[in-house]
Design a binder for this molecule. Structure first.
Ligand SMILES: Nc1ncnc2c1ncn2[C@@H]1O[C@H](COP(=O)(O)OP(=O)(O)OP(=O)(O)O)[C@@H](O)[C@H]1O
Ligand SMILES: [Mg+2]
Length: 242
């Protein structure tokens, strides 16, 4: 189980996250909120790529700071920014990421083939990443996150830039993958999450504004017909938080 306890992060005077507390168990969670709401900041803190000013993140009751490499081996993270190694082939990139995760050499080939198969990239693995299209790079990021059978999968806008067919495919894969693990997925494509999420977490200016099932959120907002309508009721009137 993942627990986020009173996590606060400030940039200068501005709170990117303010006393965020959440506990997540098996299943898919959708993380929604406008640009600047704090989604990526939260994910960077959960994955231990960014230090919170206060509060902590625990896995099965133990602070992830203490778990170190053990935490990295159970974690899969596809960040929002595509910091890919353009001159690497897809295969070399996956091998590199797998090594960082502690995947053993003799398992590496199978892990790479399995992850690349998931995102439909098997045929492109021996091309340099620099020659990939935007959507292919996005899929490679998802593939590296899936390597090593992570129990916690953090996906920051994984379907951004994918064509509709590939988006649906990835969505179904994510749903399939959610058995036995926690998946936290940030997205602006509300329809990508509506049908697969166990719960939706809504961030608003660094705070958790709502957390519930899609159905409960819809009925809580005067019988909104879908999640899109809930979102518009929450944010329709305001400018983003930048
Ligand atoms: N390195 C940084 N320095 C200063 N401010 C930052 C930094 N990183 C994030 N912020 C600010 O923190 C807030 C939250 O940003 P964050 O990237 O977490 O939002 P987000 O919800 O992921 O947005 P988006 O939907 O655009 O990806 C924003 O106001 C942003 O400007
Ligand atoms: Mg973001």
């Amino acid at each position: 189980m993942l627990e986020i306890k009173h996590v606060t992060k400030r940039y200068g005077e501005k709170y990117a996250l303010q006393a965020v507390s959440l506990s997540l168990s098996e299943g898919v969670y959708g993380l929604l909120g406008p640009n600047g709401a704090g989604k990526s900041t939260l994910m960077n803190i959960i994955t231990d790529n960014l230090k919170a000013d206060s509060g902590e993140v625990c896995w099965d009751g133990i602070a992830v700071k203490k778990l170190g490499a053990q935490y990295r081996s159970l974690l899969g993270y596809a960040p929002q920014q595509q910091g890919l190694y353009e001159s690497f082939t897809g295969r070399r990139f996956l091998c590199y990421m797998g090594t960082l995760k502690g995947i053993r050499k003799k398992q590496m080939h199978d892990e790479i083939e399995h992850a690349a198969g998931y995102v439909n990239l098997l045929e492109k693995l021996d091309r340099p990443v620099g020659t990939y299209s935007g959507g292919m790079k996005q899929r490679l990021l998802i593939a590296q996150a899936m390597m090593g059978d992570p129990r916690l999968l953090i996906l920051d806008e994984p379907t951004a830039g994918l064509d509709p067919k590939e988006r649906v495919r990835i969505r179904e894969k994510i749903k399939e993958l959610s058995a036995g693990r926690i998946v936290l997925m940030a997205t602006h494509v509300v329809s990508d999450i509506q049908s697969i999420a166990k719960e939706i977490i809504v961030l608003k200016a660094g705070e958790v504004a709502a957390r519930d099932t899609v159905d409960a959120l819809c009925s809580g907002f005067g019988g909104a017909k879908d999640l899109e309508e809930v979102y518009m009721k929450l944010f329709g009137e305001e400018a983003d938080h930048e």
